[in-house]
Design a protein around this ligand. Structure first.
Ligand SMILES: Cc1cc2nc3c(=O)[nH]c(=O)nc-3n(C[C@H](O)[C@H](O)[C@H](O)COP(=O)(O)OP(=O)(O)OC[C@H]3O[C@@H](n4cnc5c(N)ncnc54)[C@H](O)[C@@H]3O)c2cc1C
Length: 480
């Protein structure tokens, strides 16, 4: 072992979320020695908070369900929602890796995944979301954590990385641990899997000013260290203005009100009792509309929609049990209880029902009305817009290597998930398609882990690179 490091591994992964755990498993599978350092005391990042839906095209689960899909169709869908952006070159990389990723998660990590056929969510032209039966990211993370333990990969909690170690030629490790007991970990490759910057107010205000008006519903640990370290190395960045918003967080409980409600026919009104956009734009794009206006906002649906959605989505059933779906026998009841102008909601509902029946064109261009016009037994929920996570970050190439503005790779440094550039457009919440977060987290984790291990094999042969005497050097940036 080099003399000025406390320990050495072939691949050091910073962050134990979806990206980091998959990266570690993928690198270990190719024979690399791997360690993961995690800032928090448990795996509680955004992946654990998510609903665990991973989009993938051409998977065996799709085939078994008779769903025809290809990476090319997936790319078309992604680009249609995102528009041109700084990482368009990575969209095909992720789409064409996605089926292998699902195989890896099932076969190598032992995850139980199923194809979601009850809903598609905006932008996906076919059923391609793959999720744990519970539809909880916490189960995804628990399964990955078990796989990491089975493979004997060390995972150190409460050990934040605070700086990268390098010598100008390549990254050679990181400083980790609490300020009073830092350790220097030498590594042949470092994978930044420590998410984005949505919990860092200054960075969010600088890059995503509109999102500062939203409730933050993501991990408190997404504080932007990867971006700061990368910038100190002159790394390129992209899509920094993009984030995932969500238009329907319950004001009562903070629960995420699934967008399936809208897909089944729910509408959203403001404090005037009026609709103000096409809800089928999607939960992230619609959050932008809410952020551009003023609340309060209400999701209005009916008993049939509530029952249908609760039957397929346990999270929503639980939210209903907590009282988020308030009952009303008439629009007037909602107007009184929610303080809306008398008669306003009744008028809005009449127009929406007429559009859903196809009698008139919808004023906002909405074409899809799910189960049809809303029934008489109404349900409503007070909602607010939220920011979940940022979608921009360090520019990477198709091997998940962090690259400088001129496209050259920074040797030994990889990034994925929220730490890396996303594929959701350049600005705001409008380009986010359901699953983009986990696709780039797990997808780039998979790519980075394999690429880092393969590169080490080709450079020095494995195992053993970690034991080389030149694996140490100076901290090059303290991301404090
Ligand atoms: C409520 C919610 C619902 C969502 N639903 C979906 C969905 O269904 N589908 C989808 O595709 N996306 C969804 N997303 C987005 C998705 O969760 C994220 O895009 C994805 O989880 C990011 O993965 P990650 O591994 O980059 O980050 P994380 O899962 O957040 O993991 C990063 C880890 O790094 C750790 N860390 C941070 N800094 C350091 C440091 N300096 N040193 C060591 N460790 C550090 C953090 O503590 C954390 O554990 C959702 C997000 C939220 C908040």
């Amino acid at each position: 072992m080099a003399t000025d490091v406390d320990a050495s591994v072939d691949v050091l992964v910073i962050g134990a979320g979806g990206c980091g755990l998959v990266a570690a498993l993928a690198a270990e599978r190719l024979g690399a020695s791997v360690a993961i350092v995690e800032k928090a005391p448990t795996c509680q990042g955004n992946t654990a908070l998510s609903s665990g839906s991973i989009p993938a095209a051409g998977t065996r689960l799709q085939l078994a369900a008779g769903v025809e899909d290809t990476a090319e169709t997936f790319v078309r869908d992604l680009m249609a929602v995102a528009g041109q952006h700084d990482a368009a070159h990575l969209v095909a990389t992720l789409a064409s890796t996605s089926a292998d990723l699902i195989d890896f998660l099932i076969d190598e990590a032992g995850l139980e995944l199923e194809l979601v056929t009850g809903y598609k969510h905006v932008g996906h032209s076919t059923h391609r979301l793959h999720a744990p039966p519970s539809r909880r990211g916490a189960d995804l993370i628990a399964g990955l954590e078990r796989a990491v333990a089975r493979r004997g990969i060390p995972l150190a909690f409460s050990q934040p990385a605070t700086a990268l170690i390098g010598d100008g030629a390549r990254i050679r490790g990181a400083v980790v641990g609490q300020a009073d007991a830092p350790s220097r970990i030498g590594a042949g490759a470092v994978i930044l899997a420590c998410n984005g910057f949505a919990a860092q107010a200054d960075l969010l205000a600088r890059h995503c000013p509109a999102a500062t008006g939203a409730v933050y519903a993501g991990s408190p640990h997404s504080t932007g260290e990867a971006l700061e370290w990368g910038r100190a190395l002159a790394a390129g960045t992209g899509n920094l203005g993009a984030y995932q918003g969500h238009a329907a967080i319950s004001v009562d409980t903070g629960a995420l009100m699934t967008w399936t409600l809208v897909e089944r026919g729910a509408i959203i009104v403001d404090g005037r009792g009026r609709r103000f956009g096409d809800e089928t734009l999607g939960y992230s794009a619609f959050a932008d509309l809410e952020l551009a206006g003023t609340g309060p906002f209400f999701l209005v649906y009916d008993a049939g929609i509530a029952e249908d959605v609760a039957a397929g989505q346990p999270d929503f059933a639980e939210a209903c049990a907590m009282g988020v779906a308030r009952q009303a026998g008439s629009p007037g009841e909602i107007e009184t209880a929610a303080g809306l102008p008398a008669g306003a909601l009744a008028k809005t509902l009449a127009a929406a029902r007429a559009a859903a029946r196809g009698e008139v064109a919808d004023a906002f261009g909405r074409l899809a009305w799910g189960l049809g016009p809303l029934g008489a037994a109404l349900r409503y929920s007070a909602i607010q817009p939220a920011c979940f996570h940022t979608q921009g970050g360090l520019m990477v190439n198709g091997q998940a290597e962090v690259v400088r503005s001129d496209g050259t790779a920074i040797p030994g440094l990889y990034a994925g998930g929220g730490a890396a550039v996303g594929i959701s457009g350049r600005r705001g919440g409008v380009g986010y398609m359901s699953g983009n977060g986990l696709l780039s987290a797990l997808g780039f984790g998979f790519i980075a882990g394999r690429a880092a291990a393969a590169r080490l094999v080709s450079v020095s042969g494995l195992p053993g690179l970690a034991g080389r005497d030149d694996v140490s050097n100076q901290p090059i940036h303290n991301g404090g």
